[in-house]
Design a protein around this ligand. Structure first.
Ligand SMILES: NC(=O)c1ccc[n+]([C@@H]2O[C@H](COP(=O)([O-])OP(=O)(O)OC[C@H]3O[C@@H](n4cnc5c(N)ncnc54)[C@H](OP(=O)(O)O)[C@@H]3O)[C@@H](O)[C@H]2O)c1
Length: 250
């Protein structure tokens, strides 16, 4: 029997990469999973991968509160509340300080900070007592890197959210934690690097910097999320679990 038998999970950004691997893992642990993302075709493919009997896709953009309402309306209609919320969707674009525009700032903070906040706020009436909320952070929150101004700051905000929300939700037994990946091979990461050829070079750079000597796999992040989602992590609250092959640890 899986660790999440009979539970209901919501995964934002569940159509590809870390979100999809996590949705697959949560379903394998017995959860029924709602996934969201903007592209319907990617969501449909993801439902097929997860298993149509254990997943529902609701297309939507986390920057639009009406879309979040539609997502949670679908969850509410199932009548079981939410036991696991993985607020994972984010925007990643990298621009040097002198070239940052208002649009770039609004895009990154709109998705990563505002979008994550309302993803969690709008789930509150549905979250069952004892639920687990997991937010996707990043090792980037701790480091100064070229062109990372908005992305790194937005992920630092995610880290902060988990501290405040752990406090505010404690009386309902709801735990809030962060999972912070380092470099992970996902469609999004390949896109950011500009395609397969440049991604191969990026992978070599990551391998040279990381204790494990290789880039991470989405399933390795999913394993940490499954742990945080389950009773196995019952005494872990407000924490930040790094899944970074040692990148930020030594
Ligand atoms: N991969 C890495 O190396 C790495 C490292 C550290 C942290 N992270 C974090 O891990 C998370 C997942 O990244 P990933 O690498 O798995 O990326 P990915 O492969 O690009 O997946 C991103 C997912 O989020 C969805 N999404 C993006 N913007 C959205 C929005 N505004 N509304 C709803 N859904 C949205 C995408 O679907 P649509 O495009 O169809 O909306 C997709 O399902 C992000 O929070 C990212 O910052 C990744």
């Amino acid at each position: 029997m899986g660790q999440l038998e009979g539970r209901t999970a919501v995964v934002t950004g569940g159509s590809t990469g870390i979100g999809l691997a996590t949705a697959v893992r949560l379903a394998a642990e017995g959860a029924y999973v709602f996934i969201t993302g903007r592209r319907k075709a990617a969501l449909d493919a993801a439902v097929e991968t997860i298993g149509a009997s254990t997943a529902t896709a609701v297309a939507g953009d986390i920057t639009k509160t009406n879309d979040l309402d539609r997502l949670y309306d679908a969850v509410r209609a199932r009548g079981r509340g939410v036991d696991v919320l993985f607020a994972n969707a984010a925007s990643a674009a990298f621009v040097p300080l002198e070239q940052i525009t208002e649009e770039h700032f609004d895009q990154t903070f709109g998705a990563n900070v505002r979008g994550t906040l309302f993803t969690v706020q709008k789930a509150l009436p549905l979250l069952n007592d004892g639920a687990s909320v997991i937010l996707t952070g990043s090792t980037a929150a701790d480091n100064g890197m070229q062109a990372f101004t908005t992305y790194a700051a937005s992920k630092a905000a995610i880290r902060s959210f988990a501290r405040t929300w752990s406090y505010e939700l404690k009386d309902r037994g709801i735990r809030v934690n962060v999972v912070s990946p380092g470099g992970v091979e996902t469609p999004g990461a390949v896109d950011i690097q500009g395609g397969d050829a440049s991604f191969a070079a990026f992978k070599k750079q990551v391998a040279a910097k990381v204790v494990k000597g290789r880039i991470g796999r989405p399933e390795e992040v999913a394993a940490a999320v499954a742990f945080l989602a389950s009773e196995q992590s019952s005494y872990i609250v407000g924490a930040n679990i790094y899944v970074d092959g040692g990148l930020n640890q030594i």
